[in-house]
Design a protein around this ligand. Structure first.
Ligand code: AMP
Ligand code: MG
Length: 485
């Protein structure tokens, strides 16, 4: 049966030394029910949607039954959480295997919320429906926005309640990732493994994510360079769409450069670089404007783990690592300003572009303008839609921008097209995400499905998306998100 479903699993990760994982059996649940299935992800994985919806398919998503070829395990990793080092590991996740698609792509299939593992510490290994749906919607929206990310294949409810502040419906999300290798995996190897084991992990990562790196010269320095490049690209994408991850611990930073672990994340409405949504981030460590700097900090932790592989003399190894790490900031800025120029319809590059961008952002901050809608209005040529646009400051900026556009050879139409391709008409606004989750918790999944649908084409500027551009009603306090663990 599972063969017809299209499962085609391997587990190359299990070929790493034993200490990198624990083989675990799934923890069955009482009454699994499929509540969301991402048909386009299923199809791209080569899976049969109709069979996935049947009892046998659902049992797989619930961890009640393993698909043919699966050897389930929990991965070991460590990580710096809010700056402090801890031993972690998959405390509530089960790796089912790596699906090999017909195109030869290798994707991790992981159940999140699947029960206790040897790494669970005090936790129950379970997840609540709300946070799993949140990850589902936001990760899929990120994908559609063109931001590298893990994907979401399905969510099942377990039929069991879990205890948090109150009893909540339990759920399991099936996550698809190009791998779950993290900075934290290397921190684990560096702390508790031998140099040979660390090297095996590095070789495995290179083979899996950066096969173009030749195994000669200093391939581990090249691995560090690649991860830095991918992260510089990823974080620039976050900043360009106004995404706040919320918990950028080193265990939540991938070697592949995909966004992972959508806990307390959220998109910014009004532009404020100091925005923090997460209730546990009291110091604002992971505030919007800090994300690039924190990525640099995390990458320095990554580089430290690689030192023994970079050079046999520690001093030389540090020198090599530092040189590459210093490059992160320039790479990030280049990506970011390239993206910003596209958001402003600029094809070529001029020296003053950076200040043009920064002036706009500071006006947005000063006049508390909505981040996404400001760029959307500029794209659509709407002039009277926000308080910002009425101000003299803005009008001055606008004239400068018009003059700047006139200095490029591309036509107005081409400039508009570039803006449409880079400024989303919609993002998953917090109040709409909450609304969809609330309805789903009461058994109505239509709100969520519609939200997922409109978010899947953010650059299409469709009439049906318009209502989703509305801002939330003014609330008394700032919006808060919770880890939901
Ligand atoms: P996260 O904040 O989701 O990145 O998780 C940090 C660590 O806590 C990871 O090792 C998770 O596996 C673990 N964890 C989170 N929630 C639970 C839970 N309910 N039960 C056991 N472990 C958990
Ligand atoms: Mg995590």
């Amino acid at each position: 049966m599972t063969k017809e479903t299209g499962w085609n699993l391997e587990n190359s990760y299990a070929e790493l030394p034993d200490k990198f994982y624990s083989i675990i059996d799934p923890n069955p649940v009482d009454g699994p029910k499929l509540v969301v299935l991402n048909e386009s992800v299923a199809t791209s994985l080569g899976l049969n949607v109709d069979l996935l919806r049947q009892q046998d398919g659902v049992e797989v998503f619930a961890g009640n039954k393993l698909p043919e070829g699966s050897s389930s395990l929990a991965q070991a990793y460590a990580g710096h959480q809010f700056g402090y080092f801890n031993m972690l590991g998959d405390g509530r996740a089960l790796m089912v295997g790596e699906q090999i698609t017909s195109g030869g792509k290798r994707c991790d299939i992981q159940l999140k919320g699947s029960g206790r593992t040897p790494y669970s510490r005090g936790g129950d290994g379970r997840a609540a429906l709300g946070p799993m749906l949140r990850e589902y919607i936001i990760s899929e929206a990120m994908h559609a926005l063109g931001v590298p990310t893990t994907r979401s294949l399905a969510v099942v409810t377990t039929g069991e309640s879990i205890m948090r502040e109150t009893a909540l419906p339990g759920a399991i999300m099936t996550r698809v990732a190009s791998s779950h290798l993290r900075v934290g995996t290397f921190e684990f190897a560096s702390k508790w493994g031998t140099i040979d084991e660390l090297q095996e992990l590095a070789d495995y990562s290179l083979k899996r994510h950066y096969p173009e790196v030749k195994f000669d010269g200093n391939q581990y320095l090249n691995l560090l360079k690649k991860v830095i490049e991918q992260q510089a690209y990823l974080i620039s994408k976050w900043q360009l769409v106004g995404f706040i991850h919320g918990v950028m611990n080193t265990d939540n930073m991938t070697i592949s450069g995909e966004t992972i672990d959508y806990g307390p994340c959220a998109f910014m409405d009004k532009y404020d670089p100091l925005t923090v949504f997460s209730s546990i981030d009291r110091e604002g460590r992971y505030a919007f404007a800090n994300q690039p700097r924190i990525a640099g900090w995390n990458l320095a932790r990554y580089a430290e783990t690689l030192l023994p592989l970079l050079h046999e003399e520690q001093e030389k190894a540090v020198e090599l690592a530092q040189e590459v790490l210093y490059g992160f900031s320039d790479l990030y800025h280049a990506n970011y300003f390239r993206g910003m120029r596209s958001k402003l319809g600029l094809y070529n590059e001029e020296k003053e572009d950076q200040s043009l961008v920064e002036e706009l952002l500071s006006l947005m901050a000063h006049y508390k303008a909505d981040y996404t809608n400001t760029f959307r209005s500029l794209t659509l040529g709407e002039k009277e839609c926000s308080a910002l646009f009425e101000t003299e400051d803005f009008k001055k900026w606008f004239n400068k921008w018009e003059e700047r556009k006139a200095r490029q050879s591309e036509s107005k139409e081409e400039s508009m097209q570039l803006m449409r391709n880079n400024n989303p008409a919609i993002i998953p606004r917090n109040h709409r995400v909450e609304e969809a989750i609330g309805a789903a918790e009461n058994g109505d999944y239509s709100v969520l499905e519609r939200l997922h649908h409109v978010l899947s084409m953010p650059y299409d500027y469709l009439p049906e998306q318009e209502e989703y551009t509305q801002l939330p009603p003014e609330t008394e306090g700032p919006y808060r998100t919770f880890c939901g663990t």
